[in-house]
Design a binder for this molecule. Structure first.
Ligand SMILES: Nc1ncnc2c1ncn2[C@@H]1O[C@H](COP(=O)(O)OP(=O)(O)O)[C@@H](O)[C@H]1O
Ligand SMILES: [Mg+2]
Length: 261
């Protein structure tokens, strides 16, 4: 089933208009417009420094727009904190390292679940009962995700022990624990073996097929071609081409800036 507001309006899940972001004197994103639909994977590609990660950050709220708007599910979120945006359903994956490597795979998923009871419940004993029940439900949900992504056998392994590909799957499962409607992925193929790439790609397509919109930044163009319905090519902070990968290969501006060589 698709998210309710997508049925109510014809607007895309994500609509970025005339976005600009600068860091001091550096114009990282200039006049960038793109959109992403629920239920499909949208790609952002382009040379290093083109502004792709900054664009994702501006959607998630970790980076401030200096101009332009970010609209999510019909709501203008441009000035909202990343926390509020996450609550509305904008999710992103984080490359887990450091402390998270010392948690097990299952624990990594459990700590990602939002909206824990406790703070709002006055009676500590009823809170505790609710907590236990909620915890059991979360464990079941986490196990379902691990099963779905084929990493159940690793539930008790430390995250640091996983291979690159398994780690990406864990990060994806972790992000899904928050029930996002939009998922932002920055270079999900980095550090993933060729064998695992196809598997990860198939899982991303399954996630999209469940109604979630995915926006991904990726250098691995064969992968982009396999999973992205629509692709935007960025150069120097703005879009220089849009379409599917085969259409983009025909566009000379795109070839000159990025795809050639
Ligand atoms: N936090 C920052 N402070 C200063 N400059 C930044 C910051 N983040 C990115 N930039 C600059 O903005 C430009 C775009 O960077 P980025 O969005 O990371 O590009 P991409 O992800 O396409 O490689 C680059 O010139 C980069 O050096
Ligand atoms: Mg980047």
């Amino acid at each position: 089933m698709r998210p309710v507001s997508v049925l109510q309006t014809n607007s895309p899940l994500l609509e970025v208009r005339d976005l600009a972001v600068s860091f001091g004197g550096v114009q990282a994103v200039a006049d960038l417009s793109f959109s992403a639909a629920a239920g499909s994977v949208t790609g952002l590609i382009g040379p290093n420094g083109a502004g792709k990660s900054t664009a994702l950050g501006a959607v998630a709220g970790s980076v401030r727009a200096t101009r332009g708007t970010v609209e999510f599910a019909g709501i203008d979120v441009t000035t909202l904190s990343s926390y509020r945006r996450a609550r509305l359903g904008i999710g992103r994956t984080f490359q887990m390292n450091g402390e998270f490597g010392k948690l097990t795979v299952l624990e990594n998923l459990l700590v990602a679940a939002p909206g824990q009871v406790g703070e709002t419940v006055r009676n500590i004993f009823s809170a505790r009962r609710t907590w236990r029940r909620q915890e059991q439900e979360l464990v079941a949900e986490a196990r379902d995700l691990l099963e779905r992504f084929g990493i159940s056998d690793h539930e008790d392994a430390y995250a640091a022990e996983l291979s690159g590909g398994q780690r990406r799957l864990m990060e994806l499962a972790r992000a899904l624990m928050a029930h996002p409607r939009l998922l932002l992925l920055d270079e999900p193929m980095a550090g993933v073996s060729p064998l695992m790439r196809d598997r990860l790609g198939e899982h991303l397509l399954e996630v999209a097929a469940s109604g979630i919109g995915i926006v991904l930044v990726e250098h691995e163009l064969r992968f982009v071609e396999n999973v992205c319905e629509n692709v935007y090519v960025l150069a120097q902070g703005s879009v220089i081409g849009e379409g599917n990968m085969s259409a983009l290969r025909e566009q000379s501006a795109v070839l000159d800036a990025y795809l050639a060589g």
